[in-house]
Design a protein around this ligand. Structure first.
Ligand SMILES: *Cc1c(COP(=O)(O)O)cnc(C)c1O
Length: 396
């Protein structure tokens, strides 16, 4: 095995400087356990930023992906294939949505949602009405393309890359603020939000706010787009996180956990939006790639099986309980649902905790000033206990 120093040197020399990496190099793993190049193991509370939903190297997932890779890895969207169509049916079945557009990432899924919302209003109200603006929320995160950066309601993302795409207005998650914004300017076609703002600091929106927003949006014929890229695929203890509140969005976007660690994004349409995009309006060379879809089919089968989501919810409650029991004095707040948790600590910063935790063999994430946990949905109680013990030793 190459030494850590050799790996780091090669990476630093040849990979663009966009990431500040921790001094660890992972080479393998199993479920919620990573192994580094020296053989040391780490309990994984990050799942590759919410992507490895079935953990590392899940046997059924790996078999389906390998089989697809050795059968037919791609054929393009010029032709039908059975794997991609099967995934679309599963997604519609589990969500109640009507149709799916496949891309390769979260940002692309949101680009598709934005294009669809604009065309919906264009088709219905005409070009002269100029109903093309979209409300997004302060502290949101919607991606890294120029347009999804424009949609992202955090100032830090709005440097350097001018000019940005026009037409996004940021509001606080406050129903009156949103109503006033729409009353002052009648050019909105959609509102887009995450039910728990992930990158923004694991900030949950109130279910009551979501229901009031849905009612208002329907009354104004403004489409409701829910970005489930981080919160979806059972992460919060329901298949999609908006299901906790009972709302029904017009467009839903998915990515991170969908492929179980392979790149795939999806934009889901309901009855109102399923026919907005037609031939030639949108496309993607790799979108719906059969290998990614083979992985996603296994993920969907697992997370929609009886009792899976309930188990995710239980594990989330167990982590909260254990953290309070072992680190109660240190913790000022725990937010989130299911296996998407944000934790604020008293005596150390999130950055310190995550980097010291890594040295102690536990992988965690940050989100703004909070520690963020997104463990694999298949994490075991033993793995949780071991990870928490390693986190506790950061404070010893
Ligand atoms: C990660 C994320 C995105 C962007 O996804 P990419 O796959 O990195 O393009 C968009 N929205 C939310 C809520 C996310 O968490």
């Amino acid at each position: 095995m190459k030494s850590f120093d050799a790996i780091k040197k090669q990476d630093n020399e040849f990979i663009a400087n966009t990431y500040s990496r921790f001094d660890v190099s992972f080479v393998s793993g199993k479920n919620a356990r990573f192994i580094d190049e020296s053989g040391k193991d780490y309990i994984d509370f990050g799942s590759g930023i919410g992507t490895n939903s079935l953990g590392i190297a899940n046997a059924e997932w790996a078999e389906a992906v390998s089989l697809q890779a050795s059968t037919m890895q791609h054929c393009s969207n010029l032709y039908y294939n059975p794997v991609t169509a099967a995934l679309a049916e599963k997604l519609c079945g589990a969500s109640g949505m009507k149709k799916v557009f496949f891309g390769n990432s979260g940002a692309e899924a949101n680009e598709c949602a934005i294009k669809t919302a604009r065309k919906y209003s264009f088709d219905k109200y005409g070009a002269a009405a100029c109903r093309n603006k979209i409300i997004t929320l302060v502290n949101s995160f919607h991606g890294r393309t120029v347009t999804t950066l424009s949609a992202t309601g955090q100032d830090v993302f709005h440097n350097y890359f001018f000019p940005f795409t026009d037409g996004f207005v940021f509001c606080l998650p406050d129903i009156d603020a949103i109503k006033n914004t729409v009353k002052e300017d009648g050019h909105f076609c959609a509102v887009m939000l995450e039910t728990i703002q992930g990158e923004g600091g694991v900030l949950p929106l109130e279910d009551e706010f979501l229901r009031e927003l849905e009612t208002f949006a329907k009354s104004e014929d403004i489409l409701l787009i829910v970005d489930e890229i981080q919160t979806g695929i059972a992460r919060t203890g329901r298949f999609l996180s908006y299901m906790h509140s009972g709302i029904s969005p017009d467009i839903v976007t998915l990515a991170k956990g969908l492929g179980g660690g392979l790149p795939i994004g999806a934009c889901l349409f309901n009855g109102k939006t399923e026919k907005v995009l037609s031939f030639g309006d949108h496309g993607s060379t790799f979108g719906g790639n059969p290998v990614s879809c083979a992985g996603a089919n296994v993920v969907l089968d697992k997370v929609t099986a009886n009792g899976f989501c309930e188990e995710v919810a239980k594990k989330g409650e167990y982590i909260k309980m254990k953290l309070k029991e072992k680190l109660g004095e240190e913790i000022t707040e725990i937010r989130g649902r299911g296996l998407m948790l944000g934790i604020d600590f008293r005596s150390k910063t999130a950055k310190e905790i995550v980097s010291e935790g890594l040295k102690n063999g536990v992988v965690m994430l940050t989100a703004k000033k909070s520690v963020r946990l997104l463990p694999p949905l298949t994490i075991t109680y033993d793995e949780i206990d071991e990870g928490i013990n390693r986190l506790v030793s950061v404070f010893a």
